[in-house]
Design a protein around this ligand. Structure first.
Ligand code: ADP
Length: 484
């Protein structure tokens, strides 16, 4: 099968969150299954400035955006022999960030991603690659199913192409004022309730959900949750309309990339049978961060986008208490200004057992996963969550709120499971979060049973093998819907 991934971020080229991990690793798992997989994404400043080998391809497009002709040039790099096409337009993509600054989104995001989606559709026709499946991700690429379903019905090039749309986070829908229609290359005929109109504004995610042949999200629980009023972010009705074509497929992580036995960023490599190596990482991390070097003090960690979704307000309420307890806490995160300020202010109080890093730092994140005993994810909602999967792989026991993908991957003894791998709580309150942490801290004192739980986590399999097979089946389903 020929599969094209269209995404706004792909690891290791550009990443703000889990979407990049998925679009960077799922294609590799699908390639292993024998598919011809390719990826296309924008050529951002961060990609140009990194060490990637980027080739020029003598192809380009001209897209009219609001009456102005905008040029896009094609560049190419690769990811484990998978071709990765990069669409270049310096006005739109040569910027310090992908989507906006901490103060807010770039005001021309409708033009930037409208240009990208339309560029992809035009470019494919000039390339030697007619995909059987175009797999789009999140709002930034939702325009592709919309345009192909309604604008290219007669186009023989796309007639046999199936459209798969994956929702990685329903909260980011790509909502724009009606005036942005020309930014997207659309006229008023698309501004209807059956297509893009949603409460008198454009909603790209809604358009993608309705236009794609099949839709999925990234865990079974989140798939159920988003069809409810409480968690549907307003789109629950639209999703219920598509419920027969809506699936949940749990994300995996790349077990080669995230492997404590080979990770060069670590102070010492380790496996489930050599946990002393993990202890060496804890010591190394404590030293590097200026924390007291003591093996028996539990080291808790959080690596996260600083956004309301991630439960930062629960963390905020508990920080003063953590500062008084015999524990250590490392926080690595970037994101919303209000949380950056809150954490910067807290840092200035000088709590010696809490180490705060307001940055995006993958190497440090690896050392934290390896050096920590517990990994906190008190998310308000969580489509899948990769942090807890990486934490399990690195033997850091997750303490999570039981929602979305966290509920599908972290199992607590209180729920009657035989082999618990972490701790969960239900209510979105600091008290419930603290109660789960307290149970984890109590359990930590019994090192033998704690190490058992660490090993259960490290042995669990959240690699892509299983999920790639489910995507394979999803593509087959999508192809059966293509009528020609
Ligand atoms: P989301 O995609 O909602 O941000 P996920 O848990 O699905 O959350 O994925 C987050 C990914 O981003 C993980 O790989 C995590 O390690 C990484 N990450 C998040 N914040 C940082 C940071 N400040 N520095 C390095 N990596 C980070």
């Amino acid at each position: 099968m020929k599969i094209l991934f269209v995404a706004s971020e792909v690891s290791p080229f550009a990443k703000t969150g889990g979407l990049a991990d998925v679009t960077g690793s799922l294609p590799r798992a699908l390639k292993k299954k024998g598919h011809d997989v390719r990826i296309i994404m924008p050529l951002y400043q961060c990609v140009e400035e990194d060490d990637f080998t980027i080739r020029k391809v003598r192809k380009g497009v001209e897209i009219t955006v609001n009456g102005e002709v905008r040029k896009g040039l094609l560049r190419q790099t690769s990811l484990d022999h998978i071709p990765v096409y990069l669409l270049e337009n310096r006005d739109y993509f040569h910027r310090p960030e992908l989507y906006g600054t901490p103060a807010g989104d770039y005001p021309d995001n409708s033009r930037r991603f409208g240009f990208f989606c339309r560029g992809v559709i035009e470019l494919l026709k000039r390339m030697d690659f007619r995909p059987d499946v175009i797999h789009c991700h999140d709002w930034q690429t939702a325009l592709i199913p919309v345009l192909l379903k309604y604008g290219h019905q007669e186009d023989p090039f796309y007639r046999k192409t199936a459209l798969v749309y994956t929702i990685h986070n329903l909260a980011y829908q790509g909502v724009f004022e009606r005036e942005a229609l020309p930014d997207l290359g659309l006229d008023d005929s698309h501004f209807t309730i059956e297509r893009l109109e949603f409460y008198n504004r454009i909603n790209l995610m809604k358009g993608g959900i309705l236009a794609a042949d099949v839709v999925n999200t990234v865990s079974d629980t989140y798939c159920r949750e988003i069809q409810t009023e409480e968690m549907g972010c307003g789109l629950e009705g639209v999703l219920r309309l598509r419920s027969h074509d809506l699936y949940g497929i749990l994300n995996g992580i790349d077990y080669q990339e995230w492997n404590p036995a080979t990770d060069p960023a670590l102070f010492k490599k380790y496996t489930p049978s050599s946990l002393s190596g993990k202890a060496a990482n804890k010591k190394g991390l404590q030293k590097a961060l200026g924390l007291q070097q003591a093996a028996d003090i539990p080291l808790l960690a959080m690596i996260t986008r600083l956004s309301t979704q991630k439960g930062i307000d629960l963390l905020e309420k508990l920080l003063p208490r953590f500062a008084r307890e015999r524990l250590q806490l490392v926080i690595l995160g970037t994101g919303d200004e209000k949380y950056m300020t809150m954490l910067k202010d807290f840092k200035e109080t000088g709590a010696g057992n809490i180490s705060i890093h307001l940055a995006f730092d993958t190497a440090l994140s690896r050392r934290i996963y390896a050096g920590s005993d517990m990994f906190l994810m008190p998310s308000h909602y969580e489509p899948c969550g990769l942090g807890q999967l990486i934490a399990l792989r690195y033997g850091s026991v997750p303490v999570v709120r039981k929602t979305g993908g966290l509920a599908d991957t972290v199992f607590d003894r209180r729920d009657g499971v035989r082999d618990p791998n972490g701790f969960t709580f239900d209510d979105y309150t600091p008290e419930a979060f603290l109660e789960a942490i307290t149970r984890a801290l109590d359990a930590y004192r019994d090192r033998k049973s704690w190490d058992k739980m660490v090993r259960i986590g490290m042995h669990s399999d959240y690699s892509w093998e299983h999920s790639a097979a489910e995507y394979d089946a999803l593509y087959e389903k999508a192809l059966t819907k293509v009528v020609y």
